[in-house]
Design a protein around this ligand. Structure first.
Ligand SMILES: [Zn+2]
Ligand SMILES: [Zn+2]
Length: 260
């Protein structure tokens, strides 16, 4: 669809269904430039202890905590756009619970800006699509049915449009319903809550299976708190193909909208 058509449809939709910025309420906006700017936190840091670094890597001292969930985690870098508060929290809330699906586009744009800002591998944009694949964190089918969509998948699809990287949906699945992470009291229980919750779709095609093991995988989600979801999902991906003695996913990057 060309830009003129998009603008026309946008104007028409605004007429019949006036929109306002999810952050500040500004008219005819979805998530306005000011709110995006205010939500965007520059730089990267260790997800677990907050130590600032260049790449969003899990830092050595976190990895050194034996028997913690971090010491062997397959997700080596986690990037997030901003803190889970203020305008960003409101935008995510409206996206998920008010079902404002149009928020996926501006939020994915912020994910893309963060990815470009950090660009862990220093890859040229042109070659990104040759060695990366995107995987949205899945919802349990019952939850997705209730909500009507998986917010991570909508974000991932928009991210793919911006980056031209292919999106692998339905490859990682959530096999059991778990309590919402926010409803679980402490860190330990949050980790346990998700144990064995993900698996690779048994109907995965051979070509997607080889993509999982040959490409750097970008796991996309809306919010990360303890990182337990990213850790368990990446564990599953790292074990792909193990029964056939192949190596699992080589490099996994977590990319989330908000941390907190
Ligand atoms: Zn705003
Ligand atoms: Zn750390």
């Amino acid at each position: 669809m060309n830009l003129a058509w998009k603008k026309l449809i946008h104007t028409f939709l605004n007429l019949i269904l006036p929109r306002s910025c999810a952050g500040c309420g500004a008219k005819n906006e979805i998530f306005c430039g000011n709110c995006q700017l205010a939500s965007y936190k520059r730089g990267a840091q260790c997800l677990f202890c907050g130590f600032r670094n260049q790449t969003g890597a899990v830092c050595q001292s976190c990895k050194n905590v034996k028997h913690s969930m971090f010491d062997k985690t397959a997700v080596k870098h986690v990037l997030w756009v901003g803190r889970y508060d203020g305008a960003l929290k409101e935008a995510i809330w409206q996206f998920k619970y008010k079902k404002r699906k149009e928020l996926a586009a501006p939020l994915a744009e912020m994910l893309w800006n963060k990815f470009l800002e950090i660009n862990i591998m220093n890859v040229e944009n042109a070659t990104l699509k040759d060695n990366h694949a995107i995987i949205p964190i899945p919802l349990h089918f019952k939850k997705e049915y209730e909500r009507g969509f998986n917010q991570a998948e909508l974000l991932a699809r928009e991210f793919c449009k911006l980056s031209n990287i292919q999106c692998l949906t339905n490859v990682l699945i959530k096999t059991r319903e778990t309590k919402a992470q926010v409803a679980v009291d402490n860190k330990e229980l949050r980790i346990k809550n998700l144990e064995g919750a993900f698996c690779i779709n048994p109907k995965i095609s051979q070509s997607n299976l080889s993509l999982l093991t040959s490409h750097a995988l970008i796991l996309i989600d809306d919010v990360a708190t303890t990182g337990a979801t990213l850790i368990h999902a990446s564990e599953t991906l790292a074990k792909v193909g193990l029964p056939c003695r192949q190596a699992g996913a080589k490099k996994i990057i977590g990319l989330v909208v908000a941390h907190g």
